[in-house]
Design a protein. Structure first.
Length: 249
């Protein structure tokens, strides 16, 4: 039965409770630190052929009338888009429009260097893009000879999202196996029977960016001859790193 707050025993109960709490805290503070802890790391790398090709078509127009320049860009884009859609297939050859811009060109002003405003508008310039990408390299390369209203701006190769995710899982499993094998070997070398994992982190390093090639002047020659664009995508590497600490036992 707990003492009543009005009972003389109440202050003694509070003091005893505080003393027990203080002793428990002191005991927790004097516990010995963990022993036989080893920090380890391991890694694994897999190299594969890139499976995703991105090709960007573009063109520019300029003139004195903004509406006319915009109409010319729209016409060029629509013609290229219609040609690309004929061979589009999800995952194999995908098509999407890219950047579309239109901006004025100003007359030079000798005072602009000293903070003066530019001269009046003397014309308009714009550009548009069409992006074609996918796994069907042959179809994408052949499309470069069929699109006549746009030229090739850039070409890039990379790993698809699905391929990257699968490779990250595979290479992570390899790195984890190597970490476990190394932890077991180190524990036995120190005379212990085994180990337990205290903390561990797993990180993968896969290239996300695109490697660009195909200069504009070469691409224009390919388009003019109506021949497929030569493509060599190369390889990409995926690396997994495992690091952490284990307690030998």
């Amino acid at each position: 039965m707990k003492p009543s707050p009005c009972s003389p025993a109440w202050p003694r109960a509070l003091a005893l409770s505080a003393l027990v709490g203080a002793l428990g805290s002191a005991c927790a503070q004097v516990q010995p630190p963990p022993q036989n802890i080893v920090t380890l790391s391991a890694s694994a790398t897999t190299e594969v052929t890139k499976d995703w090709l991105t090709l960007v078509f573009s063109t520019t127009r300029e003139g004195a009338d903004a509406a006319l320049v915009q109409a010319q860009l729209k016409q060029a884009l629509e013609a290229a888009l219609a040609e690309a859609k004929k061979v589009a297939r999800p995952g194999q050859l995908e098509v999407q429009t890219g950047a579309f811009s239109l901006f004025p060109r100003y007359a030079p002003n000798p005072k602009a260097a000293s903070g003066g405003l530019p001269g009046g508008i003397v014309g308009w310039q714009g550009s548009t893009e069409l992006i074609v990408e996918g796994r069907d390299f042959q179809a994408i390369a052949q499309l470069t000879g069929r699109v006549q209203t746009l030229t090739i701006a850039r070409v890039a190769s990379s790993l698809s999202r699905q391929a990257r995710q699968q490779l990250e899982g595979d290479v992570s499993a390899q790195a984890i196996d190597r970490f476990r094998a190394r932890a077991d070997a180190v524990a036995r070398q120190f005379g212990f029977a085994g180990y337990t994992v205290r903390e561990v982190s797993v990180a993968t390093d896969a290239p996300m960016g695109l490697q660009f090639a195909a200069p504009r002047q070469v691409a224009m020659q390919v388009m003019a001859s109506a021949e497929p664009l030569p493509v060599e995508v190369g390889k990409a590497s995926v690396t997994a790193n495992v690091s952490g600490s284990v307690q030998m036992k």
